[in-house]
Write a protein that binds this ligand. Sequence first.
Ligand SMILES: Cc1ncc(COP(=O)(O)O)c(C=O)c1O
Length: 423
Amino acid sequence: MRKDPFKPAARVAGQKQDVWSIVNEAAASSKVSDVVNMGQGFFGYNPPQFVIDAAKGALDRVECNQYSPTKGRPRLKKALADAYSPFFGRTLDPEKEVTITTGANEGMLSAFMGFVEPGDEVIVFEPFFDQYIHNIQMPGGKVVYVPLHPPEKGATQTTSAGDWSINMDELKAVINDKTRMIVLNTPHNPIGKVFTRDELQAIGDLCVEHNIIILSDEVYDRLYYTPFTRMATLSPEIANLTLTVGSGGKNFYCTGWRVGWLIGPEHLIQPVSAAHTRICYSSVSPLQEATAIGFEEADKHGFWDETKAEMRGKIDRFVAIFDELNLPYSDPEGGYFVLVNMSKVKLPEDYPFPDHVASRPRDFKLSYFIIKELGVAAIPPTEFFTDDNAHIVQDWLRFAICKNDDVLDKAKDRLRGLKKYMH
Ligand SMILES: Cc1ncc(COP(=O)(O)O)c(C=O)c1O
């Protein structure tokens, strides 16, 4: 008989308590009863009415409540091809170059499942969206990390998120015969950096030289406050290697709908679809239909301009508190996360941190302390780094600003309480 029939497989048996449960646990025991949650990147408000109406309408239709084709509903693939062809500068074939997935996340898992063999290496920049790591490891891939470096003056003055930089020599040094894929994220979570055309070109050229597939995670593609370049548009050679990832949840404020997609050349899309078929067969039908209608009608409603202006407005509204407190932050060029440098905040030396927080880098203590004492939850970004490079962000916290204005104002009021701990 097996010794321990309930021993989980190594791929799911994480050693550390994950950041989300640490934050939620601290929130449950905060001195403040209604903790303002600016930790996780879910929206504090509903999708636009035309998208909600589309979802309600889809539920009334028999065919929308049954299985969708494994590669996605034809209407959504067409809506995406129509919406993205102008950006890509060519006519996308909805049947061959678009595939629908259960959120961007399952789309990326399908991409790794579709291409990575045990022992293959996948390059990921730190900080990373945490799901990449496990998704790469599931098919036996090895993650190879390259850090993004913070701006030199990031601890003493507010800088642009664009000032976080890649050292191309560090990237070149990790490429070898086993390198199969590279993951890129622009606009970037958690930094808020939008990679410049030159940066993308340099990365893309390297991938062409070494035949590396590029997984370009562009889920925040409608939220940029500086010119935004899509990796797949740089050259036909780069496009030939690039899978672009999108998310209906991020585009239309409905992260719980789990509708995502990948766009790319047929030879890349086909293995992704094949993996997706085996993972979950197909994705939620009525919400695919609603997402299709969202894309069909977004321009008519001026939604893409509105979403960008609204989110930038929320960023400006919220960061005013850090200007007031004189705490430097990394001003986002895209997305809805703000990284704030808290090195000026002195934590009381005798503060009773629980062991699982005390043993983690300083950002975990900052996060715990601010939740407990002030009632505002933010995420410690060392969670998105390897242990070796965690020191890079141990004084920073990440705030998700995709919340209602009254929530942002409440958080600002509470964060004024930091004054007491600043010297
Ligand atoms: C960079 C990045 N990629 C992908 C995702 C996941 O997107 P989805 O909710 O569509 O799976 C997220 C969600 O936070 C993200 O931040």
